[in-house]
Design a protein around this ligand. Structure first.
Ligand SMILES: Cc1ncc(COP(=O)(O)O)c(C=O)c1O
Length: 483
């Protein structure tokens, strides 16, 4: 265990020693002469006075406290914290992408437009959808865009009475939240005992008011909707559209094309499937794929290719308009594009296969001690629960998660999905080695042993972090947001 709690955790301000200096530069800017008198500071800024070595040590130490995919195994279910290849960074940093002015005329932006156009086409080929937009900045933003498209579609058909969106309880939480944000009624349906949508229950909820069935595939229990074709047919018969939350496409890429299953709208999360830095509702990249009958509603500008030249097209009368400035987060999309170009068709299938293999390895080695919610094989992630020997002693999933930090592992996602009591959701991803997974499994088994022998050890964990267990009630009621 690496005990970083014992190191010197003072702020750089607290380490300041008057008179200490790093490098001295000659005053080439002639700041005193060049800054207008009215703008000049009256007093010197309060900066820590440290040597260059002090500063290097200070920041190197801080960087070591951080948990990241580059430093620690990070099995955060539903987040896909996999390795982001450095070549993605090089691609995004190419001057043609990074140096392009956002308002550049199409003629001066041909390379970027070509990249976006080709990325859209490649995503269509991988998903079986007919058209894509890359404007959304994340998964949740994609859902918002997708439901705006559905709204525009029903408005054009004169079916404004379709005000309901059906979301199974195994859907990602952003699905019903997005539906509510757009003024739809989110109708929750319960999963069957196998953790999948029960078609009979679905039938009872489908009707003239249903606009969209939002399916997360694989769902948040890490399960594939094995009756998806039947489900899609039922929803279509009722006049509804199928929206597939394809954030977990990393479990399907190269193996399944949602468009061929009848999905009308789907989104992808570039950070989950295409190894870009994490978005988290913000500065990432999503993307919406739609079938032909919905293409006219996609956001503008659409990127078109005419006689070998790429151009932006704003002349789409039924478009929902813009959902993001310019073309979306192009730097993130360039990373996703690099990742796609790096893999052959066969290798893309291997990504999903290995993600599934790793999750099932983890599940099969742990489930005897940490019972699995589902007895079936999982897809890219598995949902376990704490051992009864620990719960009998008052220990909770949170205690196990906190103790894992002492072993140098980022905790898995906990208490999600909500339908599993005390859930522990593990997503190893395809980029982790067997040795790393084995080390994590050993730690989980050891924690079970420790908890059974000495429950307080887990209740007080983490023991080796600079910040110990917080009083979460106090933190919520009386947050102290300043050092
Ligand atoms: C299944 C699923 N849907 C939607 C989202 C939301 O995506 P984002 O965090 O990019 O908004 C996530 C997040 O990872 C997800 O796992």
């Amino acid at each position: 265990m690496n005990d970083i709690s014992r190191s010197d955790n003072r702020l750089s301000m607290e380490k300041s020693d008057p008179g200490r200096r790093g490098i001295r530069f000659k005053n080439t800017l002639k700041a005193k002469e060049n800054v207008p008198a009215g703008l000049a500071r009256k007093t010197a800024p309060k900066l820590p006075e440290l040597s260059e070595f002090d500063v290097v040590r200070h920041y190197t130490k801080l960087s070591k406290i951080n948990f990241s995919v580059d430093t620690h195994f990070y099995p955060l279910g539903s987040c896909t914290m996999k390795y982001n290849p450095r070549v993605n960074e090089e691609a995004a940093a190419l001057d043609g992408f990074a140096g392009l002015h956002p308002l550049a005329h199409d003629n001066a932006a041909q390379g970027t437009l070509e990249m976006l156009y080709d990325l859209e086409k490649r995503l269509c080929a991988l998903t079986g959808m007919d058209a894509f937009t890359l404007q959304p900045a994340a998964g949740a933003h994609s859902e918002f865009t997708g439901l705006l498209i559905a709204k525009a579609y029903f408005a054009k058909k004169g079916q404004d009475e379709r005000t309901e969106i059906i979301c199974p309880d195994s859907a990602h939480g952003t699905n019903p939240a997005t539906a509510a944000m757009l003024g739809f009624n989110a109708i929750n349906i319960k999963s069957g005992p196998d953790g999948r949508v029960n078609p009979d229950d679905l039938k009872a909820h489908l009707g003239n008011k249903t606009a969209v069935l939002m399916l997360t595939v694989p769902n948040t229990l890490g399960l594939f909707e094995s009756r998806i074709e039947e489900i899609v047919e039922m929803a279509h018969k009722a006049g509804a559209l199928i929206y597939m939350d394809g954030a977990n496409f990393n479990a399907l890429i190269g193996l399944v094309k949602p468009g061929e299953l009848g999905v009308d709208i789907m989104h992808i999360n570039a950070h989950k499937t295409f190894s870009t830095p994490h978005g988290g509702g913000g500065p990432g990249a999503g993307g919406i794929g739609v079938k032909k009958h919905l293409e006219e509603f996609l956001p503008v500008p659409r990127i078109k290719k005419e006689s070998g030249t790429y151009k932006t097209d704003f002349s789409c009368p039924d478009s929902i308009g813009k959902v993001k400035a310019f073309f979306g987060n192009v730097g993130v999309l360039a990373r996703a594009y690099a990742y796609l170009l790096m893999h052959s068709k066969k290798e893309l299938g291997g990504i999903a296969e290995n993600a599934i293999l790793n999750a099932n390895y983890m599940k099969s080695r742990l489930q005897e001690v940490y019972p699995s919610y589902s007895k079936d094989h999982c897809m890219h992630e598995c949902v376990l629960t704490p051992p009864s020997e620990l719960t009998a002693k008052g220990l909770k999933t949170l205690d196990i998660a906190k103790r894992l930090l002492d072993y140098g592992f980022h905790a898995p996602t906990i208490y999600f999905p909500l339908i599993v009591h005390e859930a522990i959701m593990i997503e190893p991803t395809e980029t982790e080695s067997k040795e790393t997974m084995d080390a994590f499994i050993t730690a989980m088994l050891e924690i079970k042993r420790e908890g059974a022998a000495d429950p307080q050890l887990l209740k007080d964990a983490p023991h080796t972090m600079p910040v110990k267990r917080l009083d979460e009630v106090q933190a919520a009621r009386q947050p102290n947001l300043r050092w």
